[in-house]
Design a protein around this ligand. Structure first.
Ligand code: SF4
Length: 231
């Protein structure tokens, strides 16, 4: 049977490969946080989200305990998502500036978002083994998103996870690619890698990552896509 993004998504939602993460997600979904006590949490792995014809792939770290693990959609229902979707909307990739629930009408145009680990981890820290176990899904999305021309990694762990996937699939350029906010690297075949600090509150509340500096990275992505045609 041929693979599809829908099939990857269905498998992700039922994945049980990481017992520590599955236990944590279920426990958070059961106990909840006070402000969301009246809501039913998703509590399962969170699939990628976006446009199957996307030229931009955004690679994040993992769903947040009371964000994606509550709503069932990546970067949805938390401050990181508020920051990311507002910026994607300003750059013309998202239909709305907000992302609050799976049925909020949000849609991505020319952009697909996926995390390197699809279950919310304790302390927002998946282990290297958990990220490695989740890599198959990223590899399949990478193979299925055939129009990709740009990859935006949010933070060093996302970049390491993405590059490990490229290495395992034999697509990694034979040179060292350094992480730095604003750095870009040629991945070959017209695809360019863009690096940004993660959109976590730890970075956005401290001013390490500002809307302006993130917009600058997205503007670079836009210029690259325009050079590649139809941008
Ligand atoms: S992190 Fe990935 S591999 Fe591990 S249980 Fe969740 S979906 Fe499965």
């Amino acid at each position: 049977m041929s693979d599809s993004l829908a099939r990857v998504g269905r498998e992700v939602v039922h994945c049980e490969r990481c017992p520590r993460l599955r236990r944590w997600c279920r426990e958070v979904a059961r106990t909840k946080v006070k402000r969301f006590q009246d809501q039913e949490y998703w509590g399962r792995p969170v699939p990628g989200f976006g446009d199957p014809r996307a030229r931009l792939l955004v690679v994040g770290l993992a769903p947040a305990a009371h964000g994606g693990n509550r709503t069932g959609r990546v970067f949805t229902g938390d401050r990181s998502g508020d920051f990311l979707f507002a910026a994607l909307h300003r750059a013309g990739f998202a239909s709305q500036p907000g992302s609050v629930a799976r049925d909020d009408g949000q849609s991505l145009r020319d952009c697909y978002i996926t995390p390197v680990a699809r279950c919310a981890p304790p302390a927002n820290k998946p282990t290297p083994a958990e990220i490695a176990r989740c890599r198959e899904y990223l590899a399949r999305e990478w193979a299925l998103l055939t129009d990709l021309r740009a990859v935006l990694v949010l933070g060093r762990i996302a970049m390491d996870g993405f590059l490990a996937m490229l290495r395992e699939t034999g697509c990694l350029p034979p040179r060292r690619l350094e992480f730095a906010h604003g750095a870009t690297h040629d991945l070959g075949r017209g695809v360019r890698l863009f690096c940004s600090y993660h959109v976590s509150q730890q970075n956005t509340f401290t001013g390490r990552l500002t809307p302006r500096s993130f917009d600058t990275v997205l503007a670079k992505v836009r210029r690259h896509l325009a050079r590649e045609g139809n941008g």
